[in-house]
Design a protein around this ligand. Structure first.
Ligand SMILES: CC(C)(COP(=O)(O)OP(=O)(O)OC[C@H]1O[C@@H](n2cnc3c(N)ncnc32)[C@H](O)[C@@H]1OP(=O)(O)O)[C@@H](O)C(=O)NCCC(=O)NCCS
Length: 314
């Protein structure tokens, strides 16, 4: 197998990638370009675990990722999305490294193993953190420094990276959830930053460099182990200019970010697999024939080429 470090996009592949994420800007390795690439990516490519759910073997080679993300219009989890994005940054000439982050569990607040892959980018001797493979990471990259004046306020909330000993902690300001009638349901999170109860820690990391191959064992864990949050049910989430859409199991959550640090959540329970697949197509752009389905699924083994897509343009 070709060593992954030696893989590079061709100019045609880059054009296809940029068209896919609707990026039309410059190709200079500046912070403005990085921010716009990250924004376009998070708005276009969902964070999703459908391969885990459908027992599809995940491969981190360039060709497999191009086929899955660009040709099949799928998303993926951190290994796939940040690996693809790193290849794009290479092409633009950004100096970057991969690092391992420990994600705080979304229900308990306990830090997991250092299994999440993130990127740091050195631009004119300043280090920026970028992550298109987390779920609700921010639109802008975050600059690392040792003080708290690096809080970033943007349309979808406030984010910061806090130095803690020899580690960094990525935190988000907690939002108040309101229902569709404007009634407050309470804070979005149960656990908070030890530094300030208005913030929630998402993950912690250090700047030890890693290669994508260092994550093979953790990627297997997240595909197969019952302790991983990704082996239980379908999760697919996509950033929108106004908020976020999340499919979790058979629940569709529409989060609309409001003023005063509030988020309006509306939840819809979908009835059956056909409706889930229809929402994935319509809301997330994931075509049903682009997925594998587990044994027992009504779609398992369907040959889409001979089915309703035969005479269409899909
Ligand atoms: C997935 C995510 C975007 C959902 O945020 P959201 O759109 O605001 O939606 P909510 O927080 O209301 O969650 C909606 C549902 O998604 C599910 N969910 C949330 N986070 C999840 C996670 N990390 N794994 C699995 N399911 C998750 C929950 O079941 C929740 O339903 P509940 O209200 O019954 O608990 C956000 O939780 C996230 O980014 N989590 C981090 C993902 C992660 O661990 N990334 C590392 C990648 S390797």
């Amino acid at each position: 197998m070709e060593p992954r470090a030696s893989e590079h996009f061709t100019p045609d592949e880059v054009q296809e990638y940029l068209a896919h994420i609707h990026y039309t800007g410059s190709v200079e390795p500046t912070i403005e370009v990085l921010a716009e690439l990250q924004r376009c990516h998070t708005l276009s490519v969902p964070f999703e675990n459908l391969s885990v759910f459908g027992r599809e073997k995940i491969v981190l080679s360039k060709d497999w990722l191009i086929d899955k993300i660009l040709r099949r219009h799928r998303g993926g989890f951190c290994y796939e999305l940040n690996r693809m994005f790193a290849l794009l940054l290479d092409y633009f000439g950004f100096k970057h490294e991969l690092h391992a982050a420990s994600v705080f569990h979304y229900k308990t607040g306990s830090p997991g193993p250092p299994s999440h892959v993130i990127l740091s980018i050195n631009i004119e001797n300043e280090i920026w953190v970028s992550d298109v493979g987390f779920g609700f990471y921010t639109f802008p990259p975050l600059r690392l420094n040792d003080s708290l004046d690096n809080q970033v306020f943007h349309g979808n909330g406030s984010d910061r990276i806090r130095k803690h000993g020899n580690q960094y902690i990525f935190e988000q300001r907690i939002k108040t959830v309101v229902d569709e009638f404007g009634h407050e349901e309470g804070p979005e999170e149960q656990f908070t930053s030890e530094d300030d109860p208005q913030w929630v820690p998402r993950y912690k990391f250090n700047l030890n460099p890693k290669t994508i191959d260092d994550f093979q064992d953790m990627m297997l864990f997240h595909q197969t182990d019952a302790r991983s949050p990704f082996t239980h049910d379908r999760l697919c989430t996509l950033a929108k200019p106004w908020g976020r859409l999340t499919l979790s199991g058979s629940k569709l959550v529409t989060s609309t970010y409001l003023a005063d640090n509030k988020v309006r959540k509306t939840r819809k329970i979908l009835c059956g697999e056909e409706e889930v697949v229809k929402e994935l197509e319509e809301k997330f752009g994931i075509r049903r024939e682009a997925c594998l389905y587990p044994d027992g699924s009504m779609f398992c083994g369907v040959d889409w080429s001979k089915d309703r897509f035969k005479d269409s343009n899909c």
